[in-house]
Write a protein of this length. Structure first.
Length: 427
């Protein structure tokens, strides 16, 4: 007998089938055992009139008759004729994984990740994450981008030499990639539009709910642009399509969290950083420190402004200070005060960083000199610009942070299967 998945049982009403999965819960009532079985498709109620040694956590095989029952989840239940334990759960589960909520502190949630990830609500996070990754790939291809995979072990740094992890590479020193920036720019010269879904590593000693030291970045770079506005327009189109797919294919996960995913605006509102700072001070009575471009409190305020004025959960903040952006970012003017760099804020924080890049060799060298960036080890990158590069720009989306904000999770670590932070290298 071939295995049937839980979501397929309605096709077999009145027939005997074979189910395989994990026992989520057993409830006994008057000599009858109600066994909730879960598999990759969902869960199904099975019923036995016989005693069984099976227990929650066991991997089992069940044969039984499909019966319609409106009281059961999904409208069907299985009358068990035989149950066989394939692999027993030999530990006493520390948590009741059948409960709708898993009320644990974050540390315990992550320390026992191999077990807690089996909880339906936590699985729902990563089912939605799966939809996000699928949607990004689908939409990027629709928009004419070619997927690339770039190395994560580098012989030189791409972000000016700060916040990097150094590793031993045979008899040399290497660095874990802070981004695929150099490689995706190089590939614009060959493919014009490229994207990557891959890990990046930042040695930033943060203890916050919004930072990870290893995360999955949704990167893109596009050539033959006229301005940074072209990059933002393309990103707007892509995010709108992604959210449409997530609303449809991630419906069950969103419903589990009680989330109604709003549409991405046709035209996400845009504001210059200097104007945003004035509004934050005048309208919300908060002054962003002069030592930073914008801080978390400032991000919250400008997102509140976007919601109140434009009824938008999204807002582009543009013209970040030139001094705060990487050397490859195009200056906005000859005075080098502002750059053509932008962030996209969603709900309460930044989810995307992007910019128009410098595309000519002489300007790139000039910018590196002004920022005191040593070109040693970057020769392969600089050579690309000697051979002709189209005007280009791109972005990087923090995927876990996007999921955190969509589902209103307390910490971005909840959106990472096995998060890495300052203290966490296990499991």
């Amino acid at each position: 007998m071939e295995r049937v998945l839980s979501k397929e049982v309605e096709k077999y009403e009145g027939k005997d089938i074979l189910l395989q999965g994990r026992i989520q819960n057993i409830r006994k009532l008057g000599g009858v055992s109600f066994i909730i079985l879960e598999d990759r498709a969902g869960s199904i109620q099975t019923v036995s009139n016989k005693d069984t040694d099976a227990k929650p956590g066991d991997i089992v095989e069940i044969e039984g008759l499909v019966k319609k029952d409106e009281r059961a989840k999904g409208g069907y239940e299985i009358k068990i004729s035989e149950i066989k334990v394939i692999a027993p759960c030999d530990i006493e589960l520390p948590y009741d994984l059948s409960k709708k909520e898993l009320d644990l502190q974050l540390a315990k949630l992550l320390d026992k990740r191999v077990l807690t990830v089996r909880h339906p609500k936590i699985k729902a996070i990563f089912k939605l994450y799966d939809v996000l990754l699928k949607a990004y790939e689908i939409v990027m291809r629709e928009e004419g981008f070619t997927e690339i995979k770039t190395p994560k072990l580098l012989g030189s740094l791409t972000e000016g030499g700060a916040n990097f992890f150094k590793v031993k590479y045979f008899d040399k020193e290497a660095y874990l990639a802070q981004s695929p920036q150099f490689y995706k720019q190089i590939m614009v010269g060959a493919f014009e539009r490229v994207f990557e879904i891959g890990p990046v590593f930042r040695a930033e000693p943060h203890f916050t709910t919004r930072h990870l030291n290893e995360y999955i970045s949704l990167d893109a770079e596009m050539g033959f642009i006229n301005s940074d506005e072209d990059v933002r327009k393309e990103l707007n189109i892509i995010l709108k399509k992604i959210f449409e797919i997530m609303k449809k294919d991630g419906k069950e996960s969103l419903e589990y969290f009680g989330i109604k995913l709003d549409d991405v605006p046709e035209n996400i509102p845009t504001i210059k950083l200097s104007d945003a700072k004035k509004i934050i001070k005048e309208k919300y009575g908060y002054e962003v420190s002069k030592d930073t471009d914008i801080d978390p409190e400032g991000e919250k305020s400008i997102c509140q402004y976007a919601k109140e004025k434009y009824n938008s959960d999204f807002i582009f903040v543009t013209h970040y200070p030139w001094k705060d952006r990487p050397f490859y970012t195009m200056p906005a003017d000859t005075k080098q005060d502002e750059s053509l760099g932008f962030d996209l804020l969603y709900k309460k924080m930044e989810i995307v960083t992007g910019s128009q890049r410098i595309h000519t060799y002489d300007k790139l060298i000039e910018n590196m000199e002004l920022k005191k960036v040593d070109p040693k080890g970057m020769e392969y990158y600089l050579e690309t610009f000697k051979s002709g590069m189209p005007p280009h720009g791109g972005w990087a989306i923090g995927s876990e942070r996007l999921i955190q904000l969509i589902l209103n999770l307390a910490s971005v670590k909840e959106a990472s299967l096995f998060p890495r932070d300052v203290k966490r290298l296990m499991p």
